[in-house]
Design a protein around this ligand. Structure first.
Ligand code: YNC
Ligand code: MG
Length: 388
């Protein structure tokens, strides 16, 4: 069934429910001297390229490959359109390895036709912190699909991760592979219902008119919680304490330190937005919410070409109810002209989704670990991890 994945150290379908298999690494690390020193072979006309996405030219090549060939919805109406600034943010966290940003070019024309990336992350599983790679942006040009290039890309990034003495990875995919550690669902909150209906993202509900729909999704002009404001650089220590404590309650989560929080959560225009609640009395930071910006190209529509989407990232409530905090997040997203606010059913998100008028999406997002077996699949609410 899975000619490639059957050969890899991942939980196999045949082992589901086998309680004799322990949780944790599947294979032990090998001495670094035994890691293959040369890249895997590509078909004759192709060559590996390590991508430096800082110069505009190289970033453009990656951006264009992804813009025309990356993830689409099931009905091929929308395709992710990660911005260049987003890619630089997503791929250059503290301690990143340039060697993990891997492209494939056609030798003759130098055209970039495939891509895969890893970034380092400390991921906590129960009470163990594991140094892992987060693998993302696996993409093969549409004209080169189903030629078994993806397994070569995956083996090459694995080799380069091993060369840095890391032996585990985390990744998400819309398809089922051996074997998800959790299966999550996206929920969508309309901010601009008229456009969403016009472009076919959503449909007018039964017995609903356009004007009733617009009224249903209407939000206040400004945020409600006193002390709600944008996160600033001096907030990094307080936000780190808040988020570390919150994430410790989930089975799987990142182990963020202050450097990680500065990189991943400090606001960056049109990339990452973060807000917090500073108590007007004590000046304590009590609550936090964040979302990243990931537009989608609308495929073949007359009047609209881009859907502007916000994606819920990490949210922490200790004093402001989570529902009110997320309502304020919706209000700022609306002020900033996003069309839709998306959230997975991870962490405590289920406690606000229905009440804040999110609707369930079609399609699932499966979470995976490489070379780390879990005894049971987790519930989405046990996951404290959001990948980009
Ligand atoms: C996928 N998304 O099952 P079997 S998500 C992993 N993740 O192998 P071919 C995938 N594996 O089943 P194509 C996968 N999609 O025979 C397919 N596969 O064992 C497996 N789409 O290869 C598949 N991006 O080259 C099969 O397929 C084998 O030409 C078939 O290429 C696939 O980034 C793809 O959805 C996805 O660009 C590149 O369809 C292509 O179809 C494409 O014949 C649109 O491949 C964009 C898209 C995927 C987004 C993502 C996470 C990737 C995780 C990869 C696994 C990482 C493992 C950990 C490595 C480090 C380890 C350490 C230490
Ligand atoms: Mg292929």
């Amino acid at each position: 069934r899975h000619k490639f994945w059957e050969t890899q150290p991942v939980g196999q379908f045949k082992d589901i429910g086998d309680s004799s298999l322990p949780e944790g690494p599947i294979e032990l690390p090998t001495p670094l001297s035994e890691v293959k020193q040369e890249p895997y072979n590509l078909p004759d006309n192709y060559e590996w390229v390590t991508c430096d996405i800082n110069p505009e030219e190289m970033c453009d090549e990656v951006y264009n490959l992804l813009t025309f060939n990356y993830v689409e919805d099931d009905e091929n109406m929308f395709r992710f359109n990660y911005s260049k600034e987003f890619l630089r943010w997503a791929l250059q966290p503290p301690g990143y390895f340039r060697s993990w940003h891997i492209g494939v070019r056609v030798k003759s024309s130098k055209k970039m036709v495939a891509f895969i990336t890893g970034i380092p992350a400390r991921i906590r599983v129960r009470d163990e912190v594991v140094h892992m790679a987060e693998i993302n942006f696996l993409c093969v040009h549409k004209k080169l699909r189903t030629k078994r290039l993806a397994p070569v890309m995956i083996k090459e990034v694995t080799r380069r991760v091993h060369l840095e003495n890391m032996w585990q990875a985390a990744y998400t995919a819309g398809i089922v592979l051996p074997t998800p550690i959790a299966t999550c669902q996206y929920w969508h909150r309309s901010l601009n219902p008229k456009k969403l209906i016009d472009v076919g993202f959503s449909r007018l509900g039964a017995r609903m008119t356009m004007s009733r729909t617009i009224k249903l999704y209407k939000l206040p002009e400004s945020t409600i919680t006193p002390g709600f404001r944008k996160m600033e650089i001096h907030d990094v220590p307080a936000v780190t304490r808040l988020i570390r404590n919150y994430l410790s309650h989930f089975v799987v989560s990142p182990d963020f330190d202050e450097n990680d929080v500065e990189h991943w959560l400090l606001p960056k225009e049109d990339v990452i937005d973060s807000y917090l609640v500073e108590s007007p009395e004590t000046h304590e930071v009590t609550d936090f919410c964040s979302f990243y910006t990931l537009p989608s190209t609308i495929l073949g529509h007359q009047s609209y070409s881009i859907l502007k989407a916000a994606y819920s990232f990490y949210n922490v409530s200790t004093v402001t109810p989570l529902l009110q905090l997320m309502n304020d997040a919706l209000i700022v997203a609306k002020q900033k002209d996003y069309d839709v606010f998306n959230a997975l059913d991870v962490m405590q998100n289920e406690t606000f989704l229905r009440e804040l008028k999110f609707g369930p999406g079609d399609g699932k997002l499966h979470y995976y670990l490489y070379n780390y077996r879990m005894q049971h699949a987790l519930k989405p609410s046990e996951l404290g991890l959001v990948l980009l």
